[in-house]
Design a protein around this ligand. Structure first.
Ligand SMILES: C[S@@+](CC[C@H](N)C(=O)[O-])C[C@H]1O[C@@H](n2cnc3c(N)ncnc32)[C@H](O)[C@@H]1O
Length: 251
């Protein structure tokens, strides 16, 4: 774990926490999207479109509260809420000036909240208008007031997106967050994903928590990104990290 950032990473997986703490998304674009062919968000968007978008369209313009948990610079929300491809995000984040405004407007009447440990990343997303509201918190050990705010936001949300991120959270934190999202009488959908081949036991435990609180809707298996040199050393013979994208709904 990086002492400075508070981000805990599986030791066989590449650490990117310095990138998450930057004040612009440009290093994320250069060192992750470009250097590692980070195509994940095309697949997240396609799964959202297949399994959640039809429900959103049925809301006929009614505001839909939406949360991106561990949102970083909002790349997955640009894909899902702004209907942007990875190529468009890459173009948008080519330098700090172009990154200031999303290339495409938000689709649907989503009321967006971003939650992350990185205040810098959240400041960027707020300034760029990707999130209407942001909450900075270490979700593994939030102070009481932050915890209350985060859990309430989870209960109020009707769409929860958490991509490439549950792996950073302790099981006890995941349980509380998912239980809070599930604890609402309204219809609501959750899109999460699991990386392979990293931390498979943790991913299994996370899946069990999700299934305890929510109903399974559907899933997609895709490529996530290329593995770094360090990761290829740790997992000989693997070139790509793979992704299982799951959609669940409130019971
Ligand atoms: C891999 S990025 C995910 C970005 C995006 N969701 C995606 O799929 O590309 C992981 C994010 O989790 C955040 N994070 C890690 N540990 C956290 C914690 N304990 N509390 C809150 N956020 C955390 C990091 O700051 C980072 O922005």
């Amino acid at each position: 774990m990086s002492q400075e950032s508070g981000v805990k990473t599986d030791e066989k997986k590449q650490h990117f926490d310095d990138i998450y703490m930057e004040s612009t998304p440009v290093p994320f674009k250069e060192r992750i999207i470009d250097a590692l062919d980070y195509i994940s968000d095309n697949n997240n968007r396609q799964t959202f479109d297949r399994l959640i978008l039809p429900w959103c369209e049925k809301q006929q313009g009614k505001p839909i509260p939406y949360v991106d948990l561990c949102c970083c610079f909002g790349n997955t929300t640009l894909a899902i809420a702004h209907n942007m491809t990875v190529e468009e995000i890459r173009e948008n984040w080519k330098d700090a000036a172009t990154a200031n405004t999303p290339l495409k407007p938000r689709r649907l009447n989503l009321q967006t909240t971003g939650i992350d440990i990185s205040q810098n990343a959240l400041d960027y997303t707020k300034k760029a208008g990707i999130f209407d509201q942001t909450i900075q918190a270490d979700l593994n050990q939030p102070p009481a007031d932050k915890k209350e705010q985060v859990l309430k936001t989870m209960t109020d949300a009707d769409i929860l997106v958490s991509t490439a991120s549950l792996v950073y959270l302790e099981e006890s934190a995941i349980k509380e967050l998912i239980a809070a999202f599930a604890n609402s009488p309204r219809e609501g959908y959750c899109l999460v994903n699991f990386l392979n081949p990293f931390g498979l036991e943790k991913a299994d435990a996370t899946k069990r928590i999700l299934l305890e609180h929510l109903s399974f809707v559907g899933s997609t298996a895709t490529r996530h990104r290329r593995m770094s040199a360090l990761e290829q050393e740790n997992y000989p013979g693997e070139e790509w990290s793979l992704l299982e994208i799951w959609v669940l709904k409130r019971n």
